[in-house]
Design a protein around this ligand. Structure first.
Ligand SMILES: CC(C)(COP(=O)(O)OP(=O)(O)OC[C@H]1O[C@@H](n2cnc3c(N)ncnc32)[C@H](O)[C@@H]1OP(=O)(O)O)[C@@H](O)C(=O)NCCC(=O)NCCS
Length: 201
């Protein structure tokens, strides 16, 4: 499980401006408007409420220590529905890549495209800051644990591929996989998508 995930403080807080607000209709079963925008300090409580609803993914150390601490230092984007935070992604720069720190969508809002939207916004943020790759790590597939099987499925469907496998001495995460994805660049042939506009991200 994603325990004791590394956090990297960023020296340039202004970069968080890279993610701008947008709105769009949510085409899942609930048919409601979802806004994605940059995380603000007053969002932390709502984000932690999402985290509390995802105990199969985030253990007490992640919930009570790591995520609250990382929220103070990482960039991020929230998905908001009718004033309520329903999803979030946190981001930091390291090793020449944009990295996903933490990500979650409330269980009752999953499989409606919110995770994909948050990831698209994260890629847009990375592209705006000259990054060509987005990366993260997660529980390896040698560990039989259904919730993270779903997580891997999401990332692989989004185009992430494994670039490193590590055995660890963390009993909650004996194997971690490092995964990454190319960030589409505007005008580069063969890279699908190009840079989405604020309206389509
Ligand atoms: C991983 C996670 C963030 C994905 O968020 P999500 O909002 O469910 O993601 P999406 O809806 O964009 O995509 C998930 C699935 O819904 C499908 N989907 C997307 N839009 C849809 C729609 N409008 N109608 C029906 N299905 C849809 C996607 O095709 C995808 O299908 P799949 O499960 O067959 O691959 C979310 O499941 C989650 O919070 N998981 C627990 C925490 C976690 O794993 N965090 C990452 C590690 S820190």
């Amino acid at each position: 499980m994603k325990r004791n995930k590394r956090s990297t403080d960023n020296p340039e807080p202004d970069l968080a401006k890279g993610a701008t607000p947008d709105t769009a209709s949510y085409n899942g079963t609930k048919k409601m408007k979802i806004e994605t925008r940059t995380i603000q300090e007053q969002d932390h409580r709502g984000i932690l409420a999402v985290v509390e609803a995802l105990t199969a993914w985030f253990d007490s150390d992640a919930r009570d220590r790591a995520i609250p601490a990382d929220l103070r230092h990482q960039y991020g984007i929230v998905a908001v529905s009718e004033g309520k935070i329903v999803g979030f992604i946190t981001l930091f720069f390291a090793e020449g890549r944009l990295n996903i720190g933490w990500m979650g969508v409330r269980p009752d809002y999953q499989k409606g495209g919110i995770g994909s939207r948050l990831l698209a916004r994260a890629e847009e943020f990375g592209r705006q800051h000259g990054m060509t790759e987005i990366a993260t790590y997660t529980l390896g597939d040698s560990v039989d644990y259904k919730p993270y099987e779903e997580t891997r499925k999401f990332y692989f469907k989004q185009g992430f591929t494994i670039y490193q496998r590590n055995k660890t001495d963390n009993r909650g995460c004996p194997e971690e996989i490092k995964i990454k994805k190319q960030i589409a660049q505007p005008g580069v042939p063969g890279v699908a998508g190009g840079a989405p506009s604020a309206e389509t991200a």
